[in-house]
Design a protein around this ligand. Structure first.
Ligand code: SF4
Length: 335
């Protein structure tokens, strides 16, 4: 069976989205450009979101002491070993809040990526390993900027829409929950209305827009989480990423969890797989699902690391279970 997004996978996949955009597989290369976050530096608060641990998500090559070009080159080398079929990349400004500088400074940061993009794209492949030789020239096809929804304004969007004329640009917002009481409880420092307004503005400028959500935050029942699918489905989002709640060492949430584990409901793998499938059944089929779950090294976790599997193994289990249940993204919207 071919589904509404045009292939036989049971959800609207990120790989298909990129195949349509760029004609093949694309990998993101994380870049730490030394940004901070207003929820940590005192502008909004000093505590940060209670679950936040940027360290857990940063690949080893991604360090702010290195130039953007060096991080891009090392990122390409890293990914060419792991994903031998990829030769197209997106420079992904990932840790902290990557629009948290005045616009003129942002232009300087992003332009370093574009300069690297242009020069790397025209370099001959000089690497010795077989995979690089087989793939030919690596190419950086655009940038993805991760940030908070309260750190975007019309001037930034206007600038990004201009550079979008020549390079792919995507904005990726941490939204985490559609419920204000949850956002308050995890010290997010903005409400859902702010996220919704920013997502709509971004779409009005014609810029692809992604959003990140966490399942299992304290105070949310499964019914509340599933109800969020209807809210998310109304947003003009290009992509979504979902993560199961994982509790990281050194965070405020880790202290809360160690003191009161009974206040938390952490999904086990089997339960989570059925839950995200229930969620996907209620999600607008036009929205691309970039991720169903998070993957971090167990050494960063206080909570039980059920994700000893790699993400592609978890994804295979989710797709297998979707087939067993004979279901697909958006199924509940069409019955
Ligand atoms: S906004 Fe992002 S970087 Fe800042 S504290 Fe929250 S999760 Fe961490």
């Amino acid at each position: 069976m071919t589904y509404p997004w045009g292939d036989e996978r049971r959800f609207n996949s990120y790989s298909r989205y990129f195949a349509k955009q760029f004609g093949g597989r694309v990998q993101k290369i994380s870049i730490d450009a030394g940004f901070s976050c207003p929820n940590r530096d005192g502008k909004i608060s000093t505590g940060g979101c209670t679950f936040c641990s940027n360290e857990a998500f940063n690949p080893s090559y991604c360090k702010p002491e290195k130039s953007i070009r060096q991080q891009i080159e090392e990122g390409i080398a890293f990914h060419q070993k792991r994903y031998r079929r990829a030769n197209q990349y997106l420079a992904y400004f990932q840790p902290f809040s990557n629009t948290y500088k005045p616009l003129e400074e942002l232009k300087g940061v992003y332009s370093q990526a574009f300069e690297a993009i242009d020069s790397i794209s025209t370099l001959s492949c000089t690497r010795n390993d077989m995979a690089s030789k087989a793939l030919g020239k690596p190419e950086i096809v655009g940038i993805v900027i991760g940030t908070r929804p309260d750190l975007i304004d019309a001037d930034i969007l206007q600038y990004l829409s201009e550079i979008q004329q020549t390079h792919y640009v995507m904005l990726e917002y941490g939204v985490e929950s559609v419920y204000d009481e949850t956002l308050k409880r995890v010290n997010r420092g903005h409400d859902f209305a702010t996220a919704e307004k920013t997502i709509r503005m971004t779409a009005d400028y014609g810029i692809p827009c992604g959003a990140h959500f966490i399942f299992g935050l304290p105070s949310e029942s499964k019914t509340m989480m599933l109800s969020a699918a209807a809210v998310i489905s109304q947003l003009p989002l290009t992509t979504v990423k979902f993560h199961q709640l994982q509790i990281f060492k050194g965070t405020t949430m880790a202290e809360e969890y160690l003191e009161h584990p009974e206040h938390f409901h952490l999904f086990d793998l089997k339960e989570y797989i059925d839950f995200v499938i229930d969620f996907a059944e209620r999600l607008n089929p036009d929205i691309v699902i970039e991720r169903f779950a998070g993957e971090v090294p167990p050494r960063y976790l206080v909570s039980e690391p059920w994700m000893k599997l790699r993400y592609d193994e978890v994804l295979a289990k989710i797709e297998k279970r979707m087939a067993e249940r004979d279901t697909w993204q958006g199924k509940m919207l069409s019955v």
